[in-house]
Design a protein around this ligand. Structure first.
Ligand SMILES: NC(=O)c1ccc[n+]([C@@H]2O[C@H](COP(=O)([O-])OP(=O)(O)OC[C@H]3O[C@@H](n4cnc5c(N)ncnc54)[C@H](O)[C@@H]3O)[C@@H](O)[C@H]2O)c1
Length: 349
């Protein structure tokens, strides 16, 4: 299969690119290389004859038409997006332009290409989205996000992703474009950009800096190892039913405080401090405006219909992630100098 992957120089996109090439798929990585991108994330496959890279911005429709005409993909996996909630609070405009208008451009470029190719039913436009489109859940383990949960986005990021999901469904209903959608919970793992919670905690801990916890740390997220997400995405693009959406989650709910304490315990074992525990560095800071209380995914559909299961527990995945950061200091040091990294963002509201 020849896959056109957008956002393949980012965190999740690069995991998809690496796994797809390892499984023998041809991959065209389309990425604008924003502040969040790093081509080192795909260095392990860059020399493969199965891999091609196109620097293109999904806000540039003409560039997308050229990429489709040149590479003639069997399927699109659309991951390119502005992805950091805190940045969406400070600067929502980029999120509307890339996540909404950019997805519109992707749909139109794909529709043109697919129509001119004779509307093959085997073509797929796979839109990768987030569980944040469903809003915030009460702290009740019986309630989880299913594919039928009404949309209720509450941040500029989640509203822009919700808009893009609606566009993708509309292009299926109106034009017959063969789409599939996925909505996934919080990912963690290797190559996670050092502005997101898990790497911030690991890297601040190692540097002896405070470990910032928003509010009282009681916000609950459902954590999934990025390589398990990439595996689920390849399964959906190959076997997902036309027009269907699938929720992907690891059934690993943790409060932010629990997650941070687990990371500290792993670090205490792998890189003990001279004195005390990394948990001593935990500091509570002003909460994010509109901070969603709880996300939790019910992954029954992808489990029963496609047979997907995560391969690691959250404890195993976090231990592998911590080890990866310990082993890959040059990677994260190079990214720490990028604009906004290490600063507190998203408190202006
Ligand atoms: N990180 C998570 O926990 C999570 C969970 C569920 C869903 N998602 C979704 O998965 C996708 C990937 O997330 P991520 O965490 O890997 O993001 P990321 O920020 O690490 O990577 C995004 C990539 O998209 C590229 N990009 C951004 N704007 C672009 C543009 N205008 N044109 C072309 N390329 C552009 C960036 O250069 C970067 O390489 C996003 O759509 C996100 O909404 C993320």
């Amino acid at each position: 299969m020849k896959l056109l992957v957008t956002g393949g120089a980012g965190f999740i996109g690069s995991a998809v690119v690496r796994l797809a090439v390892a499984r023998g798929h041809a991959v065209v990585n389309v990425d604008a290389l924003t502040y969040a991108a790093c081509l080192d994330n795909v260095a392990s496959v860059a020399q493969s004859p199965l891999y091609a890279f196109e620097q293109a911005d999904i806000r540039d429709r003409a560039a997308l038409d050229r990429v489709f005409a040149k590479h003639r993909p069997d399927a699109v996996m659309h991951l390119a997006a502005e992805s950091h909630v805190d940045r969406s609070i400070d600067g929502p405009g980029d999120f509307i332009e890339t996540n909404v208008t950019g997805t519109f451009n992707m749909l139109e470029a794909a529709r043109k290409y697919w129509t001119e190719a004779g509307r093959p039913e085997t073509f797929r436009f796979h839109h990768i989205s987030t569980d944040e489109v469903f809003g915030s859940l009460p702290n009740d383990p019986r309630v989880k996000f299913t594919e039928d949960t009404p949309y209720d986005p509450r941040s500029p990021y989640s509203a822009s992703k919700a808009s893009s999901d609606h566009l993708v469904r509309a292009w299926h209903e109106t034009y017959g474009l063969p789409v599939v959608l996925t909505n996934c919970s919080n990912n963690y793992g290797p190559f996670h950009f050092p502005e997101k919670l898990v790497p911030v905690i690991i890297l601040n801990a190692l540097a002896g800096r405070p470990l910032p916890i928003y509010g009282d740390g009681s916000n609950i997220r459902d954590w999934l190892f990025v390589e398990d997400h990439a595996d689920a995405l390849l399964l959906v693009v190959e076997k997902g039913a036309l027009g269907r959406s699938y929720n992907i989650g690891g059934e690993n709910e943790r409060t932010n405080l629990e997650l941070v304490r687990t990371l500290c315990a792993i670090l205490d074992e792998k890189r003990p401090k001279a004195q005390g525990s990394y948990a001593d560095q935990i500091t509570f800071v002003t909460d994010r405006p509109g901070h969603d209380a709880r996300y939790a995914i019910d992954p029954t559909r992808i489990r029963t219909e496609l047979g997907w299961r995560p391969s690691v527990t959250v404890e195993e995945g976090l231990a592998r992630t911590v080890q990866w950061y310990l082993d890959n200091e040059p990677w994260w040091r190079a990214l720490q100098g990028r604009k906004g990294v290490g600063e507190r963002l998203g408190v202006k509201a």
